[in-house]
Design a protein around this ligand. Structure first.
Ligand code: MN3
Length: 202
């Protein structure tokens, strides 16, 4: 059984950039639904129920056909949102530092150029999905995934990610996804991204 993790801060902690109402609905309803539906799908498959979420995400294609789509979508939704809450922080206006900043500058030219490229990719993603900074074979790269797919399935490690499903911004930003992405940078958690980067580089 997977448990819906608590938000690591108050519902209103990301205001004014992400509203309390968005956080309440996004966590208490959407993330909860992914969690419940994942548990429901796995309930009759004990060998799948005892896997870690990372094992499930990496190997969903091997799941029994009856639950494969549920495992892919709800497992991905459970995993992506569990990361996403930690990829934002009430400690606002963070910037990358240390080895992660060096790697970003080496790969993208500068932090500002990286930000533009990441934002552009997330803004242009068609339909629902996620925009990512990942570590791929020891190198930083941009990636996007449709629906609730995870870079992990493709052997890439998420370092920072933004949810661009409409449920992540519509109540505050309506259809203006670029405005949401612009605001989201104020709450991006570079401290956590740095931890994920160091862990993945080991
Ligand atoms: Mn979402």
């Amino acid at each position: 059984m997977f448990e819906l993790p608590d938000l690591p801060y108050a519902y209103d902690a990301l205001e004014p950039f992400i509203s309390r109402q968005i956080q309440e609905l996004h966590h208490d309803r959407h993330h909860k639904a992914y969690t419940d539906n994942l548990n429901k799908a796995l309930a009759a498959y004990p060998e799948w129920e005892k896997k870690t979420i990372e094992e499930i995400i990496k190997g969903y294609q091997g799941a029994p056909e009856e639950i494969r789509a549920a495992v892919r979508n709800s497992g991905g939704g459970f995993y992506n949102h569990s990361l996403f809450w930690k990829m934002m922080s009430p400690k606002k206006e963070q910037k990358p530092e240390g080895r992660l900043l060096d790697a970003i500058s080496a790969q993208f030219g500068s932090y500002d150029k990286f930000k533009d490229a990441f934002s552009d990719q997330a803004a242009k993603l068609f339909g629902s999905g996620w925009g990512w900074l990942v570590l791929d074979n020891g190198k930083l790269a941009l990636a996007s995934t449709p629906n609730q797919d995870s870079p992990l399935t493709h052997g890439k490690t998420p370092i920072l990610g933004i949810d661009v499903w409409e449920h992540a911004y519509y109540l505050q930003y309506y259809n203006k996804r670029p405005d949401y992405i612009y605001a989201w940078w104020h709450v991006a958690n570079w401290e956590y991204a740095g931890e994920l980067f160091e862990k993945a580089m080991k």
